[in-house]
Design a protein around this ligand. Structure first.
Ligand SMILES: *[C@@H]1O[C@H](CO)[C@@H](O)[C@H](O)[C@H]1NC(C)=O
Ligand SMILES: *[C@@H]1O[C@H](CO)[C@@H](O)[C@H](O)[C@H]1NC(C)=O
Ligand SMILES: *[C@@H]1O[C@H](CO)[C@@H](O)[C@H](O)[C@H]1NC(C)=O
Ligand SMILES: *[C@@H]1O[C@H](CO)[C@@H](O)[C@H](O)[C@H]1NC(C)=O
Ligand SMILES: *[C@@H]1O[C@H](CO)[C@@H](O)[C@H](O)[C@H]1NC(C)=O
Ligand SMILES: *[C@@H]1O[C@H](CO)[C@@H](O)[C@H](O)[C@H]1NC(C)=O
Ligand SMILES: *[C@@H]1O[C@H](CO)[C@@H](O)[C@H](O)[C@H]1NC(C)=O
Ligand SMILES: *[C@@H]1O[C@H](CO)[C@@H](O)[C@H](O)[C@H]1NC(C)=O
Ligand SMILES: *[C@@H]1O[C@H](CO)[C@@H](O)[C@H](O)[C@H]1NC(C)=O
Length: 303
């Protein structure tokens, strides 16, 4: 007889162990269900319903119709509430340490002993959204040495995969120093990366974006734009030299054109159109050698 009951219970245990996976946000609420699929007619007042964690510590117990606190472990006191409508236990203020499996048992109490009617296993995972990656610019900008950027994103879970910078149209992933740290109290992760950028001559607009990759998603920072606010001294001087040259040539040309004789038409006008093009192309240096013969040949006519 005793053996028969034992076998009966074992069979019940095997056939009625339901397994559920659920996810909760850090500091949010986890739902640990215990759906009672057997014998709908049995009321709560005839049953014992309780939840246990992996270490068999009791989260909550509903004993023959009333809450029973004496078996509840201290770490769960005040953190749970029971939803009678769908037999779900709410675990509040979820921490990363709460990740793991939970068992709900529904027992019937006959006059002697107890029978497990149903067991539900819930696997809880806890997630936290990383903050939007943020690019910061190191303040010390010293001329030609370029700039240093850092990007950070904080307080996420699970562990992130990687963080990198994207520059303008390139698909290359940049970054010199990726670091992942974990808060030893909250167990949340933070991640950062840094990048040293030099301004190549001639590139005057640059857009940098920082990307964080986790198992499930990619999050991008707001783009950071650089314009020619940080010209290198060399480029700066090149510009000045170029514009002074252009100005001088224009003045000379003006003199030439003003004193031009009617029977000498084509060459000086060629020079004029060439100069116009060059001065439009901002920083291109003007090829003086190419112009010199023309200017030289025009000069005597001016006198
Ligand atoms: C946790 O949530 C409460 C309210 O739900 C909020 O006041 C508190 O700032 C949150 N804590 C963290 C660390 O997010
Ligand atoms: C539920 O129990 C009541 C009596 O307690 C009975 O009349 C009814 O038929 C039962 N319903 C089911 C579905 O078992
Ligand atoms: C149980 O019901 C509540 C509302 O009554 C709902 O918020 C919760 O999501 C439900 N849980 C499940 C597991 O269905
Ligand atoms: C976390 O991020 C997801 C996807 O971006 C969003 O749907 C969800 O509302 C966020 N949750 C919290 C608590 O910030
Ligand atoms: C800028 O440079 C000065 C001296 O070179 C240094 O003391 C300061 O900490 C630097 N600031 C930053 C933000 O790197
Ligand atoms: C950027 O970092 C490098 C080392 O990684 C350093 O040599 C350089 O001076 C830094 N530049 C600025 C502008 O902080
Ligand atoms: C980036 O791509 C856009 C469109 O594809 C193009 O107009 C622009 O010139 C490119 N910029 C650079 C610096 O290559
Ligand atoms: C967390 O780390 C800090 C320093 O890194 C240390 O002082 C503190 O004791 C640690 N706390 C715990 C709970 O380990
Ligand atoms: C940066 O440049 C892009 C185009 O290159 C533009 O769409 C965006 O609005 C700019 N952002 C800022 C903050 O200026």
């Amino acid at each position: 007889m005793g053996l028969a009951i034992l076998i009966f219970v074992t069979v019940l245990l095997i056939s009625d162990a339901v397994s559920v996976e659920t996810q909760a946000y850090f500091n949010g609420t986890a739902y640990l269900p215990c759906p009672f699929t057997k014998a709908q007619n049995i009321s709560l007042s005839e049953l014992v319903v309780f939840w246990q964690d992996q270490q068999k510590l009791v989260l909550y117990e509903h004993y023959l119709g009333t809450e029973k606190l004496d078996s509840v472990n201290a770490k769960y006191l005040g953190r749970t509430s029971f939803d009678r409508n769908n037999w779900t236990l709410r675990l509040h203020n979820v921490q990363i340490k709460d990740m793991g499996s939970y068992d709900c048992f529904i027992q019937k109490k006959p006059p002697t002993g107890s029978i497990i009617l149903q067991q539900t296993l819930t696997e809880l995972s806890v997630i936290a959204n990383f903050s939007e990656p943020e690019i910061k610019l190191a303040q010390n900008v010293t001329g030609n040495s370029g700039i240093n950027l850092t990007c950070t994103s904080k307080q996420g879970h699970p562990k992130p995969k990687k963080m990198y910078f994207l520059i303008t149209n390139s698909t290359n992933e940049y970054g010199d120093n990726m670091q992942i740290s974990q808060d030893n109290v909250t167990e949340l992760f933070s991640i950062s990366n840094s990048l040293s950028l030099s301004f190549p001559d001639g590139v005057w607009h640059m857009t940098v974006v920082c990307v964080l990759e986790t198992e499930s998603m990619k999050i991008s920072s707001k783009p950071l734009n650089f314009t020619q606010e940080f010209p290198s001294p060399q480029t700066y001087w090149k510009e000045i030299t170029a514009s002074v040259t252009v100005a001088l040539l224009l003045v000379m040309l003006l003199i030439i054109v003003c004193h031009k004789k009617p029977n000498q038409p084509s060459r000086p006008s060629n020079t004029a159109s060439k100069l116009e093009r060059d001065s439009n192309a901002d920083r291109e240096t003007i090829n003086l050698k190419e112009l010199e013969p023309q200017i030289a040949s025009a000069k005597p006519n001016a006198e």
